[in-house]
Design a protein around this ligand. Structure first.
Ligand SMILES: NC(=O)C1=CN([C@@H]2O[C@H](COP(=O)(O)OP(=O)(O)OC[C@H]3O[C@@H](n4cnc5c(N)ncnc54)[C@H](O)[C@@H]3O)[C@@H](O)[C@H]2O)C=CC1
Ligand SMILES: Nc1nc(O)c(N)c(N[C@@H]2O[C@H](COP(=O)(O)O)[C@@H](O)[C@H]2O)n1
Length: 253
């Protein structure tokens, strides 16, 4: 697959085509028993080579990739589109971490690679941007910025979370027109449970799920236990078989 999958071009951004508001895609890979990771949050490779490559194409189609700080701590991901042919010179997506208390480990791979591969800056990677609460102590902000990341301070909600409804305006203030939210479980849950943006429009534009034909058993669910009520209705926009996996593109009703 040396070209962008046509079904993504045809179906991903159609749900926000008539608006200038930032496009929000929620995406994850899951097992047949609706798990996204193993016991204790252990990372599981669910996607086969074809759907993993598709995920990297999807990363390159968005301005930013967002994960929660637990996923950063547990998976230590790279969040790049490194499976795509380098000859295409595609702009790398901007990594965003939702991290209310600024727990961001300065030893993380996304920061280490940013610091140790200056020749790749802007070519295959961008500086990690960490979105945290405005009440985080200044010394801690200085420490993380001194280590090379950018810290963005925002107002937290009454659960001490970054309010999902305010993400679109945060994105706009950062000059980002689209975001692919990859997880984990808590982040997916709060975004799925929050129907509207601060301006009253629909929050999530697209949901893209890779379903792998395997069972995990004990593990981390798509949403945390007890949070599987009040989830929105989805409408299937497209289904594609990719190698062993099925990929569904849905719109939130
Ligand atoms: N299979 C897949 O596609 C993926 C799997 N994962 C898995 O997910 C697991 C991590 O999931 P979780 O522990 O649930 O952590 P998470 O990655 O969802 O991060 C949760 C943390 O994000 C912060 N946060 C900021 N704003 C928030 C908001 N509005 N709502 C909720 N939290 C907010 C809080 O500090 C919270 O503790 C890992 O095991 C990882 O492997 C993660 C991404 C994709
Ligand atoms: N699409 C997909 N398939 C899987 O099987 C996965 N485990 C994930 N996990 C997500 O990808 C991140 C790792 O990314 P890098 O390869 O290190 O860039 C991980 O943190 C999850 O967000 N995704």
């Amino acid at each position: 697959m040396s070209q962008i999958p046509q079904f993504l071009v045809d179906n991903l951004f159609t749900t926000s085509a008539t608006t200038s508001r930032p496009h929000i895609t929620l995406t994850w890979a899951q097992s047949l028993d609706s798990k996204i990771a193993g016991p204790g949050g252990q990372r599981v490779i669910l996607s086969g080579p074809e759907s993993m490559l598709m995920t990297h194409w999807m990363r390159s189609m968005h301005d930013a990739i967002l994960i929660g700080v637990n996923t950063l701590i547990l998976d230590n991901p790279r969040l790049q589109a490194n499976l795509l042919p380098p000859s295409l010179n595609l702009p790398p997506p901007q990594p965003l971490i939702l991290d209310p208390k600024l727990r961001f480990p300065i030893t993380s791979r996304i920061l280490n690679e940013w610091n140790t591969k200056p020749d790749q800056r802007g070519k295959t990677m961008r500086q990690p941007w960490i979105i945290c609460g405005e009440n985080v102590p200044t010394e801690r902000v200085r420490e993380v910025e001194g280590a090379g990341a950018r810290v963005v301070l925002v107002k937290l909600d009454d659960r001490a979370h970054i309010p999902p409804s305010s993400l679109p305006s945060i994105l706009t203030s950062l000059g980002l027109r689209s975001v692919m939210i990859e997880g984990g479980s808590r982040i997916l849950s709060t975004f799925l449970h929050c129907p509207k943006r601060d301006d009253g429009s629909k929050l999530v534009n697209s949901v893209v799920v890779t379903v792998a034909p395997m069972f995990i058993g004990e593990g981390i669910g798509v949403v945390p236990e007890g949070e599987d009520v009040g989830l929105p209705a989805l409408k299937t926009v497209h289904t594609e078989k990719m190698g062993k996996d099925a990929v569904m593109i849905c719109a939130v009703e």
